[in-house]
Design a protein around this ligand. Structure first.
Ligand code: AHG
Ligand code: MN
Ligand code: MN
Length: 334
């Protein structure tokens, strides 16, 4: 729902804290993350003028070429969280977890994809930052194993999209709120509250160029969508693929749809392309909190017990009836 309030992100979080929904330290983690995103937003907006475009000439632990902005965004988030309410960080762009010096007593673990949609950076298409907050489960020095909690355990999750507007989507378990950055005041203002993903949709998002590599249930589902009103579905489908998960999920949150990045046989041992802990989990919680569904074709993404920090997963999320259908096709195959 679009609103015309002038509630700031800080006021919204303060009200949530006052009602007992979130602790003061979680409030601080979210505010600090949002301010780092504002900084990233300003750098993104400068583009070539700020020298932030192009390749960094390095690779991350997953063997992907890093862009300058992947590292700049990672540094901005790292710097913002020094000496705060986070005990340790994990990022797509860092091989291992990063405990914050002197913050062993802090209660929160933060994971992020600092810059999502890297292939779109240099062509001025929407990109974003995705984050997930987990509670500490032990005391003392943080070990990587402490991060390996199912998405159901998240205390906060969200993303910031750097598009025509910079917007922050957030959930702490009480629905999804969307804030728009007011460039004049430099504050995030609540513009959309209690987002609902419609159960029905006629729009799908998938990288069709991989279709010959998909498993049979995936091919069945998309073939039926493409047949539209001439096939068994009795309705026509439209397709969108931005290749920034943040932007594709943002559209699904606002008007429905189904977003998929399935397993494919190019790398059969890899469950999918997207990363469970800092891409799929936060996005799945946002979608579930807005009334949608998110699975890997077999089970709810939020119920998956992670085995590794950079673990990958197949993703099918969005409007409930379509996600349930494609998940059923996968179970019928079994
Ligand atoms: P990242 O830029 O963080 O590596 O993530 C890119 C992801 C995701 O944003 C998007 O949905 C997908 O990769 C696009 O993949 P293809 O280029 O294979 O379509
Ligand atoms: Mn990403
Ligand atoms: Mn990334």
């Amino acid at each position: 729902m679009t609103t015309t309030t002038t509630t700031t992100l800080e006021q919204h979080l303060a009200a949530q804290h006052a009602s007992g929904a979130i602790s003061a330290t979680l409030q601080s983690v979210i505010e600090t993350t949002a301010s780092a995103c504002q900084r990233i937003s300003r750098l993104v907006a400068q583009g070539a003028l700020g020298g932030v475009l192009g390749s960094a000439g390095s690779e991350n632990v997953q063997g992907e070429a890093q862009k300058k902005l992947d590292l700049i965004a990672n540094d901005a988030l790292m710097a913002a969280h020094q000496g705060g309410a986070v005990a340790a960080l994990a990022s797509e762009e860092m091989d291992t977890i990063c405990p914050i010096p002197g913050a062993e007593a802090a209660q929160w673990l933060l994971l992020f994809d600092p810059l999502d949609g890297s292939s779109n950076i240099d062509v001025n298409v929407s990109i974003g930052t995705i984050f997930s907050v987990l509670p500490r489960t032990a005391s003392g020095a943080v070990r990587e194993a402490e991060f390996l909690q199912p998405g159901r355990r998240q205390a906060a999750a969200g993303y910031c999209i750097y598009g025509p507007q910079t917007m922050l989507a957030l959930t702490t378990g009480g629905g999804v709120q969307l804030f728009t950055l007011d460039p004049a005041s430099g504050t995030f203002l609540l513009t959309h509250s209690s987002l609902r993903v419609p159960d029905e949709t006629q729009e799908f998002a998938i990288n069709m160029s991989n279709s010959r590599h998909w498993a049979a249930p995936m091919r069945r589902y998309i073939t039926e969508c493409l047949l539209g009103a001439d096939g068994g579905r009795g309705k026509n489908f439209n397709m969108r693929w931005i290749a920034s998960m943040v932007a594709d999920v943002h559209r699904v949150l606002l008007r429905g749809g189904i977003f998929m990045y399935p397993w494919d046989k190019r790398e059969p041992k890899r469950p999918g392309k997207l990363r469970l802990m800092y891409e799929a989990n936060p996005m799945s919680w946002l979608i579930e909190q807005a009334g949608g569904a998110a699975t890997n074709g077999k089970q709810a993404i939020l119920d998956i017990q992670p085995a590794a920090l950079h673990e990958r997963v197949a993703v099918m999320l969005g409007s409930k009836n379509e996600v349930q259908r494609v998940t059923r096709y996968h179970s019928e195959e079994n």
